[in-house]
Design a protein around this ligand. Sequence first.
Ligand SMILES: [Mn+2]
Length: 356
Amino acid sequence: MKLGFGLYKSVLTKDNFKFAKQGGATHLVVQLVDYVQTGNNPSLTGDYLNGWGVTDNKDQLWQYDDLLALKKEIEAEGLIWEAIENIDPAHWYDVLLDGSRKAEQIENLKQTLKVLGKIGIPILGYNFSIPGVWGWTGKFTGRGGAKSIEFDQSLIDVDSPIPKGMVWNMRYNTEVEEGVVESVTREEMWERLKYFLNEMIPVAEENNIKLVAHPDDPPLPKMRGIEKLLYSPEEYEHLLDVYDSPSNGFEFCMGTVQEMPGSDVYDMLDRFSKQNKIGYVHSRNVIGKVPYYREAFIDEGDIDMVKALRILKKNGYDGVIIPDHTPEMSCDAPWHAGMAFALGYLKAVLKILEKE
Ligand SMILES: [Mn+2]
């Protein structure tokens, strides 16, 4: 099991590569979608109910030369590029929406897989969701009054529709479009995911890439008129029935799984790691479940991280774990401080497990 670190697009800098290395990480999970647009002080606790912003990558695919240059910068700091997390909404909105550019966009995504294969980035994480991450509010609910993410269903209108031109809580089309995204059933969403996997997995296999799915966060059965897919333990596991391949697996988010009513995060970690279905792990702690939960520091939530990582070790899991979001700590670098705390905690747990 290896300790990794996740970086948003706005923090893909040499200093932050050094920060990861200094915190004990050996691997990086890189986000290329610019949805956390808060510069070198990333913050997830702002008001994102109207969207994360605009994706400026319309019709610009990730290019071989750019990714190779980034890989060299990462490796120059002694780190390994393990995964890309999230597909740009601009690259696949019609795959999610079953729109007119679906076939063209899926061909582009296959090209992207080939580029990743050529460069040697072994994992692509994705979140097959039309509403995406939505409904959070930022509150000073963390230990010691730390600003953190809260999900309180009573504070939002969970049925408020998505404006056209938006998927994944990002605008991919800034020209004003009238209307809202139509309702979609879960059955239909599974059909769309099946199409995606049927097209993508063979190319992923050829290029030695794992395509791994993040569960729906927050894990509600329906949001904004759209029935969600990976919102419960049973539905998450159903992903494996869609396509049997070593290239089909999970971006296992402990926090989101813990937020699911009736979930047993330890049992799921145990079974999925035994089957070698976990691409990488988000280690995030949380207190409560939908319809109310709040994100917590890694040591204080409902998940016993020591117990969770011991299960992964027992099963010989040799992938990467990264801190996911953490509460922001009161200082000039709230995100970095929160992340340093999480990295240190995970590093200590791994050290203890090594000696057992
Ligand atoms: Mn996560």
